[in-house]
Design a protein around this ligand. Structure first.
Ligand SMILES: C[S@@+](CC[C@H](N)C(=O)[O-])C[C@H]1O[C@@H](n2cnc3c(N)ncnc32)[C@H](O)[C@@H]1O
Length: 286
């Protein structure tokens, strides 16, 4: 699997290197690898934000963006439109800006000021209201959004089941009855993990290595990226929690929602046993 495919499969960074340095070759490894960033922007701080928008990336191509905007705009128009659409993890506005250009009122939540600064610097970006904070718990004004959405595998950035459940509850709290919560996320890839092995490479090349490290007992996963920068090895790792479609349905039930649709992609492709990702729509029932 190429890095490009990998990025599509699991959100962590929007583009490939350069990445911020976590530990350099020759520095002691023990105890350093899993030190979480102190940056309040989380894993999407200044250096990642500066590289995030990559027009050459598949995820920024019109074929990737337009079907998302189409689906979300349709859901936003239901129930009289309410407050419109709320994006969890709005980032630099890859989806929010074209959605707003369609005339849909859009709000967002994101913990990364660096990402949101990029959004605000773009045409129309300053008109989008963004709450800075954790989308599992942060509230923005309004409880009558007709759709909340969380794309590009970003539910996996919440690394505990409790936080993922909180995220569903937070979405429901912002929605009008009948409003929808939409998630785009990969199906956990455990079939690539033979018994006794906890690491799966996704890129092996002379200047770049990428591999996922699994902790199946906790549904934890850590993506490691190692680059050669001017002859120096740079290592970055990002933690995720992978989550099963049926588990998400249960989280939705806990939050007072039920599954309305599940597809393999944004164009309504059937979701099957072989699907590697899904777009799921839950509806708030009461
Ligand atoms: C992969 S980017 C996706 C950005 C945008 N939705 C897109 O599709 O391009 C993930 C975004 O979610 C934000 N994020 C990750 N975890 C978060 C959390 N727990 N609370 C708020 N924002 C978070 C990051 O700061 C980043 O902007």
């Amino acid at each position: 699997m190429t890095v490009q495919n990998r990025v599509r499969r699991m959100a962590g960074v929007g583009t490939v290197p350069p990445m911020p340095e976590v530990c350099s070759e020759g520095s002691p490894d023990a105890g350093e690898r899993y030190v979480e960033p102190e940056d309040p922007d989380g894993y999407f701080g200044e250096e990642v934000a500066a590289q995030y928008d990559d027009p050459s990336s598949d995820m920024f191509a019109p074929e990737a963006v337009e079907p998302v905007v189409e689906l979300i705009a349709g859901l936003a128009a239901e129930h009289g439109g309410g407050s419109g659409a709320l994006e969890f993890g709005i980032g630099t506005g890859r989806i929010a800006l074209p959605l707003a250009r369609r005339g849909v009122p859009v709000h967002g939540i994101d913990m990364s000021r660096a990402m949101v600064e990029r959004l605000r610097a773009k045409p129309g970006g300053a008109d989008i209201g963004v709450g800075i904070g954790d989308f599992a718990t942060t509230r923005v004004d309004g409880d009558d959004f007709t759709v909340a959405y969380l794309v590009f595998n970003t539910i996996n950035n919440l690394t505990t089941q409790d936080a993922q459940v909180d995220c569903f509850c937070n979405a429901a709290a912002h929605l009008v009855t009948g409003g929808c919560f939409v998630i785009e996320v990969g199906v956990p890839d455990l079939r690539r993990l033979p018994p006794g092995q906890n690491v799966v490479p996704f890129h092996v090349g002379p200047t770049r290595l990428g591999f996922d490290e699994y902790d199946v007992a906790t549904q934890g996963m850590r993506s490691h990226h190692v680059w050669d920068v001017d002859g120096r090895k740079v290592h970055r790792s990002i933690p995720f929690r992978y989550v099963w479609p049926a588990e998400l349905d249960l989280m939705a039930r806990l939050a007072g929602m039920r599954l309305r649709d599940r597809w393999a992609g944004w164009n309504g492709e059937p979701f099957t046993s072989d699907s590697t990702s899904h777009v799921s729509v839950w509806e708030k029932t009461a």
